[in-house]
Design a protein around this ligand. Structure first.
Ligand code: E4P
Length: 217
């Protein structure tokens, strides 16, 4: 399973990238706003840092404008994936941009039928939002499972990019049900290393190291 980082913060991306944890990056208008940076400038910096796909989201809602924005975004770097919303216009833009050979990430997916349409429109990635479904007392992971089953039933090549990930459990469940990619904030990716028994075990070992004055260097 690939790890994308869901942020526009350069330092956080660089730290994870140095450890080989970054297969790609996703951004959205809210993350760009949070970074306080110009979209074109910060996206270019991310693309220079990371080898994998970097999703940059369009701002328009009309298909022709989305296509024009997408064509501008792909000029930033070869690894840009144009992010379009899962609307009828977004699907039109997806079809055009993928036909031109560009990567497209169809975002704001909340149903299996929406994911089916995105695959038929040639999407490179479909982004179902787990956390936002959980927020309204639905089960986001059921959606990931349904999309996985449907794509496998018909051999769709669109990659399931599980988004709106809020916890380590979300990541583990995505791996279990077969999401191709997860995109998560840096803090969630780092939290995957945590376990209370690791902390407890290390504390015990450190106490014994001190008591026995064990030295290596
Ligand atoms: C994905 O591409 C989105 O940017 C992101 O995962 C949304 O997450 P949120 O629901 O926590 O804002």
């Amino acid at each position: 399973m690939k790890f994308f980082v869901d942020t526009a913060e350069i330092d956080a991306i660089a730290e994870l990238n140095d450890l080989g944890m970054v297969d790609g990056v996703t951004t959205n208008p809210s993350l760009i706003k949070k970074s306080g940076r110009d979209i074109l400038e910060v996206t270019k910096e991310i693309c220079d840092l990371v080898d994998g796909p970097v999703s940059a989201e369009v701002t328009a809602t009309d298909a022709d404008e989305m296509i024009a924005e997408g064509r501008k975004l792909v000029k930033i770097a070869d690894n840009i994936a144009v992010k379009v919303p899962l609307t009828w216009d977004g699907l039109k833009a997806c079809k055009t941009l993928t036909s031109e050979g560009h990567m497209v990430n169809v975002t704001l997916c909340f149903s299996a039928n929406q994911a089916l349409l995105a695959a038929k429109a040639g999407a490179t990635f479909i982004s179902p939002f787990i956390g936002r479904l959980d927020d309204i007392a639905l089960d986001g992971m059921d959606l990931i499972e349904d999309i996985r089953t449907i794509y496998d039933n018909f051999g769709f090549e669109t990659e399931v990019l599980a988004a709106s990930i809020r916890s380590a459990n979300h990541v583990q469940d995505c791996a279990r049900v077969g999401a191709d990619v997860i995109t998560a904030p840096p803090a969630v990716i780092k939290a995957l290393a945590n376990h209370p028994l690791t902390d407890k075990g290390l504390a015990a070992f450190l106490a014994d190291i001190k008591a026995a004055n064990i030295k290596i260097l």
